[in-house]
Design a protein around this ligand. Structure first.
Ligand code: AGP
Length: 609
Protein backbone atom coordinates (compact mmCIF):
# COMPACT_ATOMS: atom_id res chain seq x y z
CA UNK A 1 0.00 0.00 0.00
CA UNK A 2 0.98 3.65 -0.04
CA UNK A 3 3.54 5.19 2.29
CA UNK A 4 3.08 8.18 4.60
CA UNK A 5 5.65 10.33 6.36
CA UNK A 6 5.10 13.54 8.33
CA UNK A 7 7.38 15.71 10.46
CA UNK A 8 7.12 18.77 12.66
CA UNK A 9 10.08 20.11 14.64
CA UNK A 10 13.15 22.27 14.39
CA UNK A 11 14.83 20.65 11.38
CA UNK A 12 14.41 21.31 7.68
CA UNK A 13 11.52 19.06 6.70
CA UNK A 14 11.97 18.35 2.98
CA UNK A 15 15.16 16.22 3.28
CA UNK A 16 13.47 14.31 6.13
CA UNK A 17 10.40 13.63 4.01
CA UNK A 18 12.43 12.48 1.02
CA UNK A 19 14.60 10.27 3.19
CA UNK A 20 11.51 8.72 4.82
CA UNK A 21 9.88 8.10 1.45
CA UNK A 22 13.05 6.46 0.15
CA UNK A 23 12.87 4.04 3.02
CA UNK A 24 9.38 3.08 1.92
CA UNK A 25 10.36 2.62 -1.73
CA UNK A 26 10.73 -1.17 -1.36
CA UNK A 27 6.94 -1.36 -1.05
CA UNK A 28 6.41 -0.22 -4.62
CA UNK A 29 4.67 2.98 -5.73
CA UNK A 30 3.73 4.82 -8.87
CA UNK A 31 3.95 8.45 -7.83
CA UNK A 32 5.10 10.55 -4.91
CA UNK A 33 4.65 13.98 -3.41
CA UNK A 34 5.32 16.28 -0.49
CA UNK A 35 3.64 19.33 1.05
CA UNK A 36 5.20 21.77 3.49
CA UNK A 37 4.42 25.15 4.94
CA UNK A 38 6.94 27.84 4.09
CA UNK A 39 6.55 31.59 4.67
CA UNK A 40 3.00 30.88 5.86
CA UNK A 41 2.08 29.24 2.58
CA UNK A 42 1.44 25.62 1.71
CA UNK A 43 3.69 24.32 -1.05
CA UNK A 44 2.91 21.06 -2.85
CA UNK A 45 5.23 19.13 -5.19
CA UNK A 46 4.10 15.89 -6.85
CA UNK A 47 5.49 13.65 -9.55
CA UNK A 48 4.64 10.45 -11.36
CA UNK A 49 7.28 7.74 -11.22
CA UNK A 50 10.29 7.37 -9.03
CA UNK A 51 11.36 9.58 -6.14
CA UNK A 52 14.22 10.92 -8.17
CA UNK A 53 11.63 12.79 -10.26
CA UNK A 54 10.33 14.41 -7.10
CA UNK A 55 13.86 15.23 -5.99
CA UNK A 56 14.46 16.86 -9.39
CA UNK A 57 11.28 18.89 -9.01
CA UNK A 58 12.53 20.10 -5.64
CA UNK A 59 16.13 20.67 -6.66
CA UNK A 60 17.15 24.27 -7.04
CA UNK A 61 14.53 25.36 -4.50
CA UNK A 62 15.95 26.85 -1.36
CA UNK A 63 13.20 25.66 0.91
CA UNK A 64 13.36 25.83 4.65
CA UNK A 65 10.30 24.56 6.42
CA UNK A 66 9.84 22.70 9.68
CA UNK A 67 6.48 21.08 9.02
CA UNK A 68 5.49 18.80 6.17
CA UNK A 69 3.94 15.57 4.92
CA UNK A 70 4.95 13.17 2.16
CA UNK A 71 3.47 10.21 0.35
CA UNK A 72 4.30 7.42 -2.06
CA UNK A 73 1.17 6.32 -3.88
CA UNK A 74 0.16 2.85 -5.01
CA UNK A 75 -2.93 3.65 -7.02
CA UNK A 76 -6.32 2.33 -5.90
CA UNK A 77 -8.82 4.94 -7.12
CA UNK A 78 -7.66 6.63 -10.28
CA UNK A 79 -4.72 5.88 -12.53
CA UNK A 80 -1.17 6.89 -11.64
CA UNK A 81 -0.89 10.57 -12.64
CA UNK A 82 0.29 13.84 -11.17
CA UNK A 83 -3.30 14.95 -10.43
CA UNK A 84 -3.98 11.72 -8.55
CA UNK A 85 -0.68 11.79 -6.64
CA UNK A 86 -0.81 12.90 -3.01
CA UNK A 87 -0.82 15.29 -1.18
CA UNK A 88 -4.27 16.51 -2.21
CA UNK A 89 -4.95 20.13 -1.63
CA UNK A 90 -8.31 21.79 -1.16
CA UNK A 91 -7.87 25.49 -0.52
CA UNK A 92 -5.61 25.69 2.56
CA UNK A 93 -5.85 22.04 3.57
CA UNK A 94 -3.52 19.29 2.36
CA UNK A 95 -4.01 15.58 2.98
CA UNK A 96 -2.11 12.36 2.36
CA UNK A 97 -4.02 9.12 2.75
CA UNK A 98 -3.56 5.35 2.73
CA UNK A 99 -6.58 3.08 2.46
CA UNK A 100 -9.90 3.04 0.70
CA UNK A 101 -12.91 5.26 1.39
CA UNK A 102 -15.95 3.08 0.75
CA UNK A 103 -18.56 5.82 0.49
CA UNK A 104 -16.42 8.22 -1.51
CA UNK A 105 -18.61 8.37 -4.61
CA UNK A 106 -21.66 9.21 -2.54
CA UNK A 107 -19.70 11.86 -0.60
CA UNK A 108 -18.26 13.21 -3.83
CA UNK A 109 -21.74 13.70 -5.28
CA UNK A 110 -22.88 15.48 -2.14
CA UNK A 111 -19.82 17.76 -2.08
CA UNK A 112 -20.11 18.47 -5.81
CA UNK A 113 -23.74 19.48 -5.33
CA UNK A 114 -22.46 22.18 -2.94
CA UNK A 115 -20.35 23.53 -5.79
CA UNK A 116 -17.08 21.92 -4.75
CA UNK A 117 -14.74 21.07 -7.62
CA UNK A 118 -12.58 17.98 -7.80
CA UNK A 119 -9.14 17.97 -9.35
CA UNK A 120 -8.44 14.22 -9.16
CA UNK A 121 -10.12 10.82 -9.50
CA UNK A 122 -9.11 9.79 -5.99
CA UNK A 123 -11.15 8.96 -2.92
CA UNK A 124 -8.62 10.96 -0.86
CA UNK A 125 -9.68 14.30 -2.27
CA UNK A 126 -13.07 13.74 -0.65
CA UNK A 127 -11.38 13.74 2.77
CA UNK A 128 -9.64 17.04 2.00
CA UNK A 129 -12.99 18.58 0.99
CA UNK A 130 -14.75 17.28 4.09
CA UNK A 131 -12.06 18.80 6.34
CA UNK A 132 -12.08 22.05 4.39
CA UNK A 133 -15.88 22.22 4.74
CA UNK A 134 -15.53 21.95 8.51
CA UNK A 135 -12.80 24.59 8.86
CA UNK A 136 -14.93 26.93 6.76
CA UNK A 137 -17.65 26.41 9.37
CA UNK A 138 -15.20 27.77 11.96
CA UNK A 139 -13.65 24.64 13.43
CA UNK A 140 -9.95 24.24 14.18
CA UNK A 141 -8.00 21.70 12.14
CA UNK A 142 -8.19 18.96 14.73
CA UNK A 143 -11.91 19.50 15.29
CA UNK A 144 -12.47 19.57 11.54
CA UNK A 145 -10.65 16.25 11.11
CA UNK A 146 -12.75 14.76 13.88
CA UNK A 147 -16.02 15.87 12.28
CA UNK A 148 -14.96 14.97 8.75
CA UNK A 149 -14.01 11.44 9.73
CA UNK A 150 -17.46 10.87 11.21
CA UNK A 151 -18.78 11.06 7.64
CA UNK A 152 -16.27 8.65 6.18
CA UNK A 153 -16.72 4.88 5.89
CA UNK A 154 -13.75 2.71 5.11
CA UNK A 155 -10.09 2.37 5.88
CA UNK A 156 -7.66 5.20 6.29
CA UNK A 157 -4.44 6.49 7.71
CA UNK A 158 -4.14 10.21 7.05
CA UNK A 159 -1.83 13.12 7.72
CA UNK A 160 -3.18 16.65 7.36
CA UNK A 161 -1.80 20.20 7.35
CA UNK A 162 -3.58 23.55 7.41
CA UNK A 163 -1.91 26.72 6.25
CA UNK A 164 -3.40 28.79 9.07
CA UNK A 165 -2.18 26.38 11.77
CA UNK A 166 1.52 25.83 10.97
CA UNK A 167 2.25 24.74 14.52
CA UNK A 168 0.40 21.39 14.30
CA UNK A 169 0.26 18.30 12.13
CA UNK A 170 -2.81 16.08 12.49
CA UNK A 171 -3.13 12.37 11.76
CA UNK A 172 -5.79 9.69 12.17
CA UNK A 173 -6.21 6.01 11.53
CA UNK A 174 -8.89 3.42 10.96
CA UNK A 175 -7.90 0.07 9.55
CA UNK A 176 -4.52 1.20 8.14
CA UNK A 177 -1.31 1.42 10.15
CA UNK A 178 -0.05 4.74 11.52
CA UNK A 179 2.76 5.27 13.98
CA UNK A 180 4.09 8.40 15.68
CA UNK A 181 7.77 8.81 16.52
CA UNK A 182 9.24 11.15 19.12
CA UNK A 183 12.67 12.72 19.19
CA UNK A 184 14.44 15.76 20.61
CA UNK A 185 12.73 18.86 19.23
CA UNK A 186 10.32 17.11 16.90
CA UNK A 187 7.73 14.45 16.15
CA UNK A 188 7.10 12.13 13.21
CA UNK A 189 4.11 10.42 11.73
CA UNK A 190 4.50 7.43 9.42
CA UNK A 191 2.60 4.54 7.92
CA UNK A 192 5.57 2.24 8.54
CA UNK A 193 8.45 2.20 10.96
CA UNK A 194 11.30 2.12 8.37
CA UNK A 195 10.38 5.69 7.36
CA UNK A 196 11.43 7.11 10.73
CA UNK A 197 13.97 4.60 11.99
CA UNK A 198 16.87 6.90 11.12
CA UNK A 199 15.57 9.51 13.54
CA UNK A 200 13.94 7.73 16.42
CA UNK A 201 13.15 4.39 18.00
CA UNK A 202 10.59 5.79 20.46
CA UNK A 203 7.20 5.26 18.92
CA UNK A 204 3.51 5.19 19.70
CA UNK A 205 1.23 2.96 17.64
CA UNK A 206 -2.18 4.39 16.89
CA UNK A 207 -5.32 2.29 17.09
CA UNK A 208 -8.47 2.55 15.03
CA UNK A 209 -10.56 5.71 15.34
CA UNK A 210 -7.75 7.62 17.02
CA UNK A 211 -6.70 11.13 16.07
CA UNK A 212 -3.24 12.47 16.82
CA UNK A 213 -1.92 16.02 17.00
CA UNK A 214 1.83 16.48 16.62
CA UNK A 215 3.74 19.59 17.68
CA UNK A 216 7.51 20.13 18.06
CA UNK A 217 7.00 19.48 21.77
CA UNK A 218 5.29 16.10 21.42
CA UNK A 219 1.99 14.39 20.66
CA UNK A 220 -1.62 14.33 21.88
CA UNK A 221 -3.99 11.49 21.09
CA UNK A 222 -7.78 11.53 21.31
CA UNK A 223 -10.70 9.46 20.16
CA UNK A 224 -13.06 10.61 17.44
CA UNK A 225 -15.25 12.34 20.05
CA UNK A 226 -12.27 14.32 21.35
CA UNK A 227 -11.68 12.46 24.63
CA UNK A 228 -7.95 12.23 25.43
CA UNK A 229 -6.23 8.83 25.22
CA UNK A 230 -3.06 7.91 27.10
CA UNK A 231 -0.73 5.58 25.20
CA UNK A 232 2.48 3.78 26.06
CA UNK A 233 5.70 4.61 24.29
CA UNK A 234 7.32 1.57 22.64
CA UNK A 235 10.98 1.03 21.79
CA UNK A 236 11.60 -0.36 18.30
CA UNK A 237 14.33 -2.97 18.31
CA UNK A 238 14.08 -3.96 14.62
CA UNK A 239 16.95 -3.21 12.31
CA UNK A 240 16.01 -1.43 9.03
CA UNK A 241 15.78 -4.66 7.01
CA UNK A 242 13.52 -6.29 9.61
CA UNK A 243 11.42 -3.15 9.72
CA UNK A 244 10.83 -3.21 5.95
CA UNK A 245 9.40 -6.67 6.35
CA UNK A 246 7.24 -5.59 9.26
CA UNK A 247 9.24 -7.87 11.55
CA UNK A 248 8.68 -10.92 9.35
CA UNK A 249 11.68 -12.83 8.09
CA UNK A 250 10.61 -12.56 4.45
CA UNK A 251 8.25 -10.54 2.31
CA UNK A 252 6.51 -13.75 1.33
CA UNK A 253 5.67 -14.54 4.94
CA UNK A 254 4.54 -10.97 5.55
CA UNK A 255 2.31 -11.18 2.48
CA UNK A 256 0.86 -14.52 3.58
CA UNK A 257 -0.09 -12.86 6.86
CA UNK A 258 -1.52 -9.84 5.06
CA UNK A 259 -4.23 -11.94 3.42
CA UNK A 260 -7.07 -11.16 5.82
CA UNK A 261 -6.44 -7.44 5.21
CA UNK A 262 -5.98 -7.86 1.45
CA UNK A 263 -9.30 -9.66 1.20
CA UNK A 264 -11.05 -7.16 3.39
CA UNK A 265 -9.81 -4.38 1.09
CA UNK A 266 -10.89 -6.30 -2.00
CA UNK A 267 -14.47 -6.64 -0.76
CA UNK A 268 -14.57 -3.22 0.92
CA UNK A 269 -17.34 -1.03 -0.46
CA UNK A 270 -18.48 -3.71 -2.90
CA UNK A 271 -21.13 -5.51 -0.84
CA UNK A 272 -24.70 -4.46 -0.36
CA UNK A 273 -25.87 -6.63 2.54
CA UNK A 274 -29.42 -5.20 2.34
CA UNK A 275 -30.02 -6.14 -1.27
CA UNK A 276 -27.69 -9.13 -1.70
CA UNK A 277 -26.05 -7.24 -4.58
CA UNK A 278 -22.42 -6.60 -5.40
CA UNK A 279 -21.16 -3.26 -6.75
CA UNK A 280 -18.97 -4.07 -9.75
CA UNK A 281 -19.98 -1.50 -12.32
CA UNK A 282 -16.30 -1.11 -13.17
CA UNK A 283 -16.41 -4.24 -15.35
CA UNK A 284 -17.99 -2.09 -18.04
CA UNK A 285 -20.89 -4.41 -18.97
CA UNK A 286 -24.54 -3.40 -19.02
CA UNK A 287 -27.27 -5.71 -17.73
CA UNK A 288 -28.21 -6.41 -21.36
CA UNK A 289 -24.59 -7.28 -22.19
CA UNK A 290 -24.56 -9.76 -19.32
CA UNK A 291 -27.91 -11.30 -20.21
CA UNK A 292 -26.69 -11.70 -23.78
CA UNK A 293 -23.43 -13.48 -22.91
CA UNK A 294 -23.06 -16.82 -24.67
CA UNK A 295 -19.76 -17.81 -23.14
CA UNK A 296 -16.89 -16.59 -21.00
CA UNK A 297 -13.18 -17.25 -21.50
CA UNK A 298 -10.92 -16.76 -18.52
CA UNK A 299 -7.33 -16.41 -19.54
CA UNK A 300 -4.23 -16.14 -17.33
CA UNK A 301 -0.79 -17.54 -16.53
CA UNK A 302 0.71 -19.36 -13.56
CA UNK A 303 -0.98 -18.70 -10.26
CA UNK A 304 -3.53 -16.41 -11.90
CA UNK A 305 -4.50 -19.33 -14.15
CA UNK A 306 -5.19 -21.39 -11.04
CA UNK A 307 -7.49 -18.61 -9.84
CA UNK A 308 -9.17 -18.76 -13.26
CA UNK A 309 -9.82 -22.50 -12.86
CA UNK A 310 -11.46 -21.89 -9.49
CA UNK A 311 -13.43 -18.98 -11.00
CA UNK A 312 -14.99 -21.33 -13.53
CA UNK A 313 -16.65 -23.26 -10.72
CA UNK A 314 -17.94 -20.05 -9.15
CA UNK A 315 -19.31 -18.46 -12.32
CA UNK A 316 -20.86 -21.60 -13.75
CA UNK A 317 -22.58 -22.40 -10.46
CA UNK A 318 -23.85 -18.91 -9.68
CA UNK A 319 -24.42 -17.37 -13.11
CA UNK A 320 -24.97 -20.49 -15.24
CA UNK A 321 -22.81 -19.13 -18.07
CA UNK A 322 -20.42 -21.61 -19.73
CA UNK A 323 -16.81 -20.80 -18.88
CA UNK A 324 -13.67 -21.94 -20.69
CA UNK A 325 -10.32 -21.47 -18.99
CA UNK A 326 -7.16 -21.06 -21.03
CA UNK A 327 -3.49 -20.66 -20.36
CA UNK A 328 -2.81 -17.28 -21.94
CA UNK A 329 0.22 -18.48 -23.90
CA UNK A 330 -1.97 -21.01 -25.71
CA UNK A 331 -5.07 -18.92 -26.20
CA UNK A 332 -4.33 -16.85 -29.26
CA UNK A 333 -2.59 -19.65 -31.10
CA UNK A 334 -5.66 -21.85 -31.18
CA UNK A 335 -7.79 -19.31 -33.03
CA UNK A 336 -10.46 -19.18 -30.30
CA UNK A 337 -14.07 -18.82 -31.37
CA UNK A 338 -14.99 -15.37 -30.08
CA UNK A 339 -17.72 -13.00 -31.17
CA UNK A 340 -19.90 -10.21 -29.76
CA UNK A 341 -21.55 -12.66 -27.37
CA UNK A 342 -18.22 -13.65 -25.82
CA UNK A 343 -16.56 -12.17 -22.79
CA UNK A 344 -12.89 -12.56 -22.01
CA UNK A 345 -11.71 -12.13 -18.44
CA UNK A 346 -7.96 -11.68 -18.13
CA UNK A 347 -6.57 -12.38 -14.68
CA UNK A 348 -3.17 -10.88 -14.00
CA UNK A 349 -1.90 -9.48 -10.73
CA UNK A 350 0.76 -7.36 -12.44
CA UNK A 351 -1.33 -6.41 -15.44
CA UNK A 352 1.84 -6.70 -17.53
CA UNK A 353 2.13 -10.40 -18.43
CA UNK A 354 2.82 -10.43 -22.18
CA UNK A 355 0.75 -13.53 -22.99
CA UNK A 356 -2.25 -12.30 -21.03
CA UNK A 357 -2.10 -8.93 -22.75
CA UNK A 358 -1.98 -10.69 -26.12
CA UNK A 359 -5.15 -12.60 -25.16
CA UNK A 360 -6.96 -9.35 -24.37
CA UNK A 361 -5.91 -7.96 -27.75
CA UNK A 362 -7.04 -11.14 -29.51
CA UNK A 363 -10.49 -10.98 -27.89
CA UNK A 364 -10.92 -7.32 -28.78
CA UNK A 365 -9.72 -7.90 -32.35
CA UNK A 366 -12.53 -10.45 -32.70
CA UNK A 367 -15.09 -8.01 -31.27
CA UNK A 368 -15.46 -9.80 -27.96
CA UNK A 369 -15.71 -7.86 -24.71
CA UNK A 370 -12.75 -8.00 -22.38
CA UNK A 371 -12.13 -6.99 -18.82
CA UNK A 372 -9.34 -7.76 -16.42
CA UNK A 373 -8.89 -8.70 -12.77
CA UNK A 374 -5.77 -6.94 -11.77
CA UNK A 375 -3.84 -5.71 -8.74
CA UNK A 376 -1.98 -2.81 -10.33
CA UNK A 377 -4.03 0.26 -11.08
CA UNK A 378 -3.26 1.78 -14.46
CA UNK A 379 -1.34 -1.30 -15.67
CA UNK A 380 -1.41 -2.20 -19.35
CA UNK A 381 -4.10 -4.86 -18.84
CA UNK A 382 -6.28 -2.36 -17.00
CA UNK A 383 -5.80 0.28 -19.68
CA UNK A 384 -6.42 -2.02 -22.63
CA UNK A 385 -9.51 -3.76 -21.21
CA UNK A 386 -13.07 -2.48 -21.41
CA UNK A 387 -13.29 -2.69 -17.64
CA UNK A 388 -11.35 -3.87 -14.63
CA UNK A 389 -11.93 -5.33 -11.20
CA UNK A 390 -9.07 -4.26 -9.01
CA UNK A 391 -7.98 -6.56 -6.25
CA UNK A 392 -6.76 -4.34 -3.45
CA UNK A 393 -4.07 -6.64 -2.12
CA UNK A 394 -1.41 -3.92 -2.07
CA UNK A 395 2.01 -4.36 -3.64
CA UNK A 396 3.32 -7.91 -3.61
CA UNK A 397 7.10 -8.04 -3.37
CA UNK A 398 7.75 -11.76 -2.93
CA UNK A 399 8.04 -13.34 -6.38
CA UNK A 400 5.68 -16.15 -5.38
CA UNK A 401 2.12 -14.87 -5.56
CA UNK A 402 0.20 -15.31 -2.31
CA UNK A 403 -2.10 -12.48 -1.27
CA UNK A 404 -2.79 -11.51 -4.89
CA UNK A 405 -3.97 -15.08 -5.55
CA UNK A 406 -6.48 -15.24 -2.72
CA UNK A 407 -7.67 -11.72 -3.59
CA UNK A 408 -8.26 -12.89 -7.16
CA UNK A 409 -10.36 -15.78 -5.85
CA UNK A 410 -12.42 -13.32 -3.87
CA UNK A 411 -12.80 -10.98 -6.87
CA UNK A 412 -14.08 -13.95 -8.89
CA UNK A 413 -16.54 -14.86 -6.16
CA UNK A 414 -17.83 -11.27 -6.18
CA UNK A 415 -18.09 -11.40 -9.95
CA UNK A 416 -20.00 -14.69 -9.87
CA UNK A 417 -22.56 -13.24 -7.46
CA UNK A 418 -22.79 -10.07 -9.54
CA UNK A 419 -23.44 -11.97 -12.78
CA UNK A 420 -25.83 -14.34 -11.01
CA UNK A 421 -27.84 -11.46 -9.56
CA UNK A 422 -28.07 -9.65 -12.92
CA UNK A 423 -29.14 -12.85 -14.66
CA UNK A 424 -31.63 -13.63 -11.92
CA UNK A 425 -30.02 -16.99 -11.14
CA UNK A 426 -29.06 -15.82 -7.65
CA UNK A 427 -32.10 -14.63 -5.71
CA UNK A 428 -31.93 -11.71 -3.31
CA UNK A 429 -31.96 -14.09 -0.35
CA UNK A 430 -29.21 -16.24 -1.82
CA UNK A 431 -27.18 -13.10 -2.63
CA UNK A 432 -27.45 -11.97 0.99
CA UNK A 433 -26.33 -15.38 2.20
CA UNK A 434 -23.31 -15.41 -0.13
CA UNK A 435 -22.25 -11.97 1.08
CA UNK A 436 -22.68 -13.03 4.68
CA UNK A 437 -20.44 -16.03 4.07
CA UNK A 438 -17.86 -13.92 2.24
CA UNK A 439 -17.69 -11.44 5.10
CA UNK A 440 -16.56 -14.24 7.43
CA UNK A 441 -13.59 -15.11 5.27
CA UNK A 442 -10.92 -12.69 6.64
CA UNK A 443 -11.57 -13.91 10.17
CA UNK A 444 -11.39 -17.57 9.15
CA UNK A 445 -8.07 -16.95 7.40
CA UNK A 446 -6.76 -15.45 10.64
CA UNK A 447 -7.75 -18.65 12.43
CA UNK A 448 -5.89 -20.76 9.87
CA UNK A 449 -2.81 -18.52 10.16
CA UNK A 450 -2.81 -19.08 13.92
CA UNK A 451 -1.92 -22.70 13.21
CA UNK A 452 1.30 -21.85 11.39
CA UNK A 453 3.37 -23.83 13.89
CA UNK A 454 1.57 -27.03 13.03
CA UNK A 455 2.45 -26.50 9.35
CA UNK A 456 6.04 -25.74 10.27
CA UNK A 457 6.22 -29.05 12.16
CA UNK A 458 4.89 -30.93 9.13
CA UNK A 459 7.35 -29.11 6.88
CA UNK A 460 10.20 -30.36 9.07
CA UNK A 461 8.99 -33.94 8.62
CA UNK A 462 8.64 -33.67 4.85
CA UNK A 463 11.37 -31.28 3.73
CA UNK A 464 13.75 -34.05 2.61
CA UNK A 465 11.41 -35.59 0.01
CA UNK A 466 12.24 -34.98 -3.63
CA UNK A 467 8.79 -35.42 -5.19
CA UNK A 468 5.27 -34.56 -4.11
CA UNK A 469 1.81 -35.12 -5.50
CA UNK A 470 -0.98 -32.64 -4.73
CA UNK A 471 -4.51 -33.92 -5.22
CA UNK A 472 -7.90 -32.24 -5.11
CA UNK A 473 -11.27 -32.44 -6.81
CA UNK A 474 -13.89 -29.90 -7.87
CA UNK A 475 -13.06 -26.36 -6.77
CA UNK A 476 -10.21 -27.73 -4.65
CA UNK A 477 -8.40 -29.09 -7.69
CA UNK A 478 -7.00 -25.68 -8.78
CA UNK A 479 -5.65 -25.28 -5.25
CA UNK A 480 -3.82 -28.59 -5.57
CA UNK A 481 -2.18 -27.12 -8.66
CA UNK A 482 -1.35 -23.93 -6.78
CA UNK A 483 0.07 -25.80 -3.78
CA UNK A 484 2.34 -27.78 -6.10
CA UNK A 485 3.41 -24.62 -7.94
CA UNK A 486 4.31 -22.86 -4.69
CA UNK A 487 6.48 -25.78 -3.61
CA UNK A 488 8.22 -25.94 -7.00
CA UNK A 489 8.80 -22.22 -7.22
CA UNK A 490 10.42 -21.57 -3.88
CA UNK A 491 11.87 -24.88 -2.71
CA UNK A 492 12.81 -26.35 -6.12
CA UNK A 493 11.16 -29.66 -5.21
CA UNK A 494 9.36 -31.50 -7.97
CA UNK A 495 5.62 -31.39 -7.28
CA UNK A 496 2.65 -32.25 -9.45
CA UNK A 497 -0.90 -31.07 -8.98
CA UNK A 498 -3.61 -33.42 -10.24
CA UNK A 499 -7.36 -33.78 -10.16
CA UNK A 500 -7.57 -36.62 -7.64
CA UNK A 501 -9.78 -38.77 -9.89
CA UNK A 502 -7.22 -38.59 -12.67
CA UNK A 503 -4.49 -40.12 -10.51
CA UNK A 504 -5.29 -43.68 -11.47
CA UNK A 505 -4.85 -42.77 -15.13
CA UNK A 506 -1.10 -42.38 -14.76
CA UNK A 507 0.45 -40.67 -11.74
CA UNK A 508 -0.44 -43.63 -9.53
CA UNK A 509 2.55 -45.39 -11.09
CA UNK A 510 4.82 -42.92 -9.29
CA UNK A 511 3.49 -43.61 -5.82
CA UNK A 512 5.71 -45.27 -3.26
CA UNK A 513 6.96 -44.41 0.20
CA UNK A 514 9.25 -41.76 -1.29
CA UNK A 515 6.48 -39.69 -2.87
CA UNK A 516 4.13 -38.07 -0.36
CA UNK A 517 0.70 -36.87 -1.46
CA UNK A 518 -0.94 -33.71 -0.15
CA UNK A 519 -4.66 -34.36 -0.46
CA UNK A 520 -7.36 -31.70 -0.18
CA UNK A 521 -10.31 -33.50 1.33
CA UNK A 522 -12.67 -30.95 2.79
CA UNK A 523 -16.34 -31.76 3.32
CA UNK A 524 -18.10 -31.35 -0.03
CA UNK A 525 -20.04 -33.37 -2.57
CA UNK A 526 -16.96 -35.33 -3.70
CA UNK A 527 -15.64 -36.14 -0.24
CA UNK A 528 -16.14 -39.92 -0.56
CA UNK A 529 -14.49 -39.99 -3.94
CA UNK A 530 -11.39 -38.20 -2.61
CA UNK A 531 -11.35 -40.62 0.31
CA UNK A 532 -11.17 -43.50 -2.17
CA UNK A 533 -8.22 -41.76 -3.84
CA UNK A 534 -6.50 -41.55 -0.47
CA UNK A 535 -7.01 -45.27 0.05
CA UNK A 536 -5.46 -45.91 -3.36
CA UNK A 537 -2.36 -43.96 -2.32
CA UNK A 538 -2.15 -45.66 1.07
CA UNK A 539 -2.46 -49.09 -0.55
CA UNK A 540 0.77 -48.32 -2.41
CA UNK A 541 2.70 -47.27 0.73
CA UNK A 542 2.35 -43.59 -0.14
CA UNK A 543 2.42 -41.08 2.70
CA UNK A 544 -0.58 -38.77 2.88
CA UNK A 545 -0.97 -35.31 4.36
CA UNK A 546 -4.67 -34.45 4.40
CA UNK A 547 -6.15 -30.97 4.54
CA UNK A 548 -9.55 -31.72 6.00
CA UNK A 549 -12.55 -30.11 7.67
CA UNK A 550 -12.59 -29.61 11.44
CA UNK A 551 -14.62 -32.37 13.07
CA UNK A 552 -13.62 -35.00 10.51
CA UNK A 553 -12.08 -37.39 13.05
CA UNK A 554 -12.30 -40.35 10.72
CA UNK A 555 -9.68 -38.97 8.33
CA UNK A 556 -7.03 -38.76 11.06
CA UNK A 557 -6.98 -42.57 11.32
CA UNK A 558 -6.53 -43.01 7.59
CA UNK A 559 -3.66 -40.66 6.75
CA UNK A 560 -0.19 -39.86 8.11
CA UNK A 561 -0.84 -36.24 9.01
CA UNK A 562 -3.88 -34.05 8.97
CA UNK A 563 -4.34 -30.29 9.04
CA UNK A 564 -7.83 -29.10 9.90
CA UNK A 565 -9.61 -26.11 8.38
CA UNK A 566 -12.86 -24.53 9.55
CA UNK A 567 -16.00 -25.87 7.86
CA UNK A 568 -16.91 -23.35 5.16
CA UNK A 569 -18.71 -22.72 1.89
CA UNK A 570 -17.31 -25.16 -0.74
CA UNK A 571 -16.74 -22.37 -3.29
CA UNK A 572 -14.68 -20.32 -0.81
CA UNK A 573 -12.91 -23.21 0.92
CA UNK A 574 -10.20 -22.98 -1.80
CA UNK A 575 -9.17 -19.63 -0.27
CA UNK A 576 -8.68 -21.27 3.13
CA UNK A 577 -6.85 -24.24 1.60
CA UNK A 578 -4.37 -21.96 -0.13
CA UNK A 579 -3.04 -20.65 3.20
CA UNK A 580 -1.54 -23.84 4.70
CA UNK A 581 -0.16 -24.77 1.28
CA UNK A 582 1.62 -21.41 1.00
CA UNK A 583 3.01 -21.86 4.52
CA UNK A 584 4.04 -25.46 3.85
CA UNK A 585 6.03 -24.40 0.77
CA UNK A 586 7.49 -21.45 2.67
CA UNK A 587 8.75 -23.53 5.60
CA UNK A 588 10.15 -26.28 3.42
CA UNK A 589 12.01 -23.67 1.36
CA UNK A 590 13.44 -22.09 4.52
CA UNK A 591 14.56 -25.46 5.87
CA UNK A 592 16.29 -26.14 2.55
CA UNK A 593 17.99 -22.75 2.62
CA UNK A 594 16.28 -21.32 -0.47
CA UNK A 595 15.79 -17.65 -1.26
CA UNK A 596 12.01 -17.54 -0.90
CA UNK A 597 11.54 -13.92 -1.93
CA UNK A 598 13.62 -14.16 -5.07
CA UNK A 599 13.64 -17.76 -6.26
CA UNK A 600 16.09 -18.62 -8.99
CA UNK A 601 15.10 -18.14 -12.64
CA UNK A 602 11.79 -16.43 -11.82
CA UNK A 603 10.61 -12.88 -12.47
CA UNK A 604 7.70 -11.22 -10.71
CA UNK A 605 6.07 -10.41 -14.00
CA UNK A 606 6.84 -12.04 -17.32
CA UNK A 607 6.70 -9.26 -19.87
CA UNK A 608 8.05 -11.26 -22.78
CA UNK A 609 6.46 -14.09 -24.70
C1 AGP B 1 3.23 -17.08 -9.10
O1 AGP B 1 3.77 -17.44 -7.88
C2 AGP B 1 4.20 -16.90 -10.18
N1 AGP B 1 5.25 -16.04 -9.84
C3 AGP B 1 3.67 -16.79 -11.60
O2 AGP B 1 3.14 -18.03 -11.93
C4 AGP B 1 2.61 -15.71 -11.89
O3 AGP B 1 1.42 -16.04 -11.26
C5 AGP B 1 2.40 -15.58 -13.40
O4 AGP B 1 3.61 -15.18 -14.00
C6 AGP B 1 1.30 -14.61 -13.76
O5 AGP B 1 1.58 -13.31 -13.36
P1 AGP B 1 0.47 -12.19 -13.41
O6 AGP B 1 -0.60 -12.57 -12.46
O7 AGP B 1 1.20 -10.94 -13.00
O8 AGP B 1 -0.02 -12.12 -14.82
Amino acid sequence: MCGIIGYIGNQNVVPILIDGLKRLEYRGYDSAGVAFIQDNKIEVRRCVGKLKNLEMALSGEKSFSTIGIGHTRWATHGRPSEENAHPHRVDNIVVVHNGIIENYSQLKKELASEGRRFASETDTEVIAHLIDRQVKRGLSLVEAVQEALKEVKGAYAIAVLRQEEPEILVGARNGCPLVAGLCQGGAFLASDIPAILNYTRDVVFLDDKEIITLTPEGIRIMDIEGSPIEKELSKVIWNPVMAEKGGYRHFMLKEIYEQPRAIMDTIRGRLSHDTGNVYLDEIGLSADDIKGLKNIFIVACGTSWHAALAGKFMIEEMARIPVEVDVASEFRYRDPIIDEGSLLIAITQSGETADTLAAIREAKRKKGKAFSICNVVGSTAARESDGVIYTHAGPEIGVAATKTFTSQLVALYLLAIYLGRVKGVVSQGAGKRHLEVLSQLPHLIEKVLEKNEKIEEMARLYSHYKDFLYLGRGPNYPIALEGALKLKEISYIHAEGYPAGEMKHGPIALIDDQMPSVVLITKNSVYDKVLSNIMEVKARSGKVIALATEGDQDIAGRVDHVFYLPEFDPLLTPVLLAIPLQLFAYHIAIIRGCDVDQPRNLAKSVTVE
